[in-house]
Design a protein around this ligand. Structure first.
Ligand code: PLP
Length: 391
């Protein structure tokens, strides 16, 4: 009997699909997946409609990406981070950041290499490493501050380490790594000659005094870093799946070679609209931050009033909360209870840890606040039912 490959034998259904199904079955307010329930800017959507109707953009885009979009990404990196990116050889456009990470792992890591992953991790990283026949090495973040232990980080490095995947601002914890943390990671990567795959899809979602520091901007890091971005996150169009990889041409060339044979080229009209989106004035990002700061305040209020110990995120549109004062079970049981009995869906974070570290997240839940203010208020009212229930 033909069977599926061993390569995918350990891959279960992603927790996002499981929670989405559970939420739909129980008609729960879904604060699970990081998917805005509002539309992207109307001018950007209109640009996509124009591109579709122009008759010029309904065939294959150039494989490495639309030149105007690649230029837009280089201009954005110069304006925001003072990075000098070659728009031709230093950028490729991918099917979302998901493909960007996969193409980077396949193009920059060899079979048998070790890749350091910070836990909790975005769920595609480890399957990507496994599909590249490489080995993940885990460094956990610890609650309540979600910081790594510098000794645990140091111990993860060896002569076998080829790459480290760094996500900042960090999903699911909402951490924005500090300059001190970034420098420690950078110094170790230089010492062990390691490539950084920097997943910075939430670069524009930072709050208060937090500042996003791109890994590629640190001394000695440009030549060993590829940076990944996503149109979906910065412009609330996650369904378009437009992402990118940029950095020094030698490394981008590795990702580009893999990209040619994964998707070859990305949705052409969406790339046209993406180029338009990146040409919006810088005030667009300030308005986005202000909108999300207000949503963060709403979710924090709802979670705190319900008796959860929520940590205000410095970035992203996720908040992690400790539920141990209101529920006596693990994170999977809590997510089920919350969805079925309270009517609010959240994501249990233990699947984002390796089995040996999953206990770290056993009393935590992740809530996404990329939702309308109304929905966040309704969720707060439902969450209030947690108070006064027997623990
Ligand atoms: C950290 C991180 N990386 C990558 C992605 C994937 O982004 P895209 O939708 O552009 O593929 C996500 C989406 O949730 C994410 O949170």
């Amino acid at each position: 009997m033909p069977t599926a490959a061993n390569r995918v034998a350990t891959f279960g259904t992603t927790i996002f699909t499981e929670i989405n199904d559970l939420a739909a079955r129980h008609r729960a307010i879904n604060l699970g997946q990081g998917k805005p329930d509002f539309d992207g800017p109307s001018a950007v959507v209109a640009a996509a409609v124009r591109a579709l109707q122009s008759g010029q953009h309904n065939q294959y885009a150039p494989g490495p990406g639309l030149p105007a979009l690649k230029q837009g990404i280089a201009t954005h990196a110069a304006a925001h981070y003072n990075l000098d990116i070659d728009p031709d050889a230093g950028v490729i456009i991918t099917a979302g950041a998901t493909e960007a990470v996969f193409a980077s792992v396949l193009g920059l890591v060899d079979p048998g290499d070790e890749v350091i992953v910070i836990e909790p991790f975005f769920d595609s990283y480890v399957p990507n490493i496994i599909m590249a026949n490489a080995r993940p090495v885990y460094v956990p973040l610890h609650p309540p501050d979600w910081t790594f232990d510098p000794d645990e980080l140091r111990q993860a490095f060896s002569a076998r380490t080829r790459a480290l995947i760094l996500n900042t601002p960090h999903n699911p914890t909402g951490r924005v790594f500090t300059l001190e943390e970034m420098i420690l990671i950078a110094e170790l990567c230089i010492e062990y000659d390691v490539t950084v795959i920097a997943d910075e899809v939430y670069e524009h979602l930072v709050f208060d005094s937090a500042r996003h520091i791109p890994m590629a901007a640190l001394p000695g890091m440009f030549e060993r870093t590829v940076t990944i971005g996503s149109l979906g996150k910065s412009f609330s169009v996650t369904g378009w799946k437009v992402g990118w990889v940029y950095g020094c041409p030698e490394l981008v060339a590795g990702a580009a070679r893999a990209h040619q044979f994964i998707t070859f080229a990305v949705n052409h009209p969406a790339q046209e609209a993406a180029a338009f989106a990146l040409s919006l004035p810088g005030t667009y990002f300030e308005e986005l931050q202000a909108m999300y700061a207000a949503k963060r305040a709403l979710i924090m209020q709802g979670l705190t009033a319900a008796g959860l110990k929520a940590r205000a995120p410095e970035g992203t549109y996720f908040v992690m909360a400790d539920f141990s004062d209101v529920f006596d079970g693990d994170d999977i049981e809590f997510a089920q209870h919350l969805t079925e009995k309270i009517g609010v869906a959240c994501i249990p974070p233990s699947p984002f840890y390796s089995p040996e570290h999953a206990h770290i997240a056993r009393k935590q839940a992740r809530f996404a606040f990329c939702k309308s203010d109304d929905l966040l208020k309704q969720a707060g009212e439902k969450l209030a039912k947690l108070r006064g229930q027997p623990v």
